[in-house]
Design a protein around this ligand. Structure first.
Ligand SMILES: [Zn+2]
Length: 95
């Protein structure tokens, strides 16, 4: 295969181009990193919510309200994680 950056020849198993050392998009890409940090942020937010709920268990009839309140927080942390990952990817995965 050919490197998209320098058009140098490289093996299909290479993750970086042997000629110009650019990523060939198989390793950690900016998009992958953004997805990864989004998931990590969401998991951290879920863990935080579960932890706070355990220290003060909501009543059964409160559960629905608590879940409705938590959903935007988890969704929000997904968005924040994605933005952080995107910025991080811009620094790490220079191409
Ligand atoms: Zn190259």
């Amino acid at each position: 295969m050919q490197c998209p950056h320098c058009s140098g020849l490289c093996a299909s198993v290479d993750t970086i181009c042997p000629t110009c050392r650019h990523s060939l998009g198989k390793g950690l890409t900016q998009a992958k990193l953004a997805n990864l940090t989004a998931v990590i942020f969401a998991v951290l937010m879920i863990a935080f919510i579960v932890h706070t709920n355990m220290s003060r268990p909501p009543r059964r009839d409160e559960m629905t309200a608590v879940n409705i309140t938590n959903a935007p927080f988890i969704g929000g942390s997904l968005v924040v994680g994605r933005v952080v990952g995107w910025l991080l990817g811009a620094l790490v995965c220079r191409s």
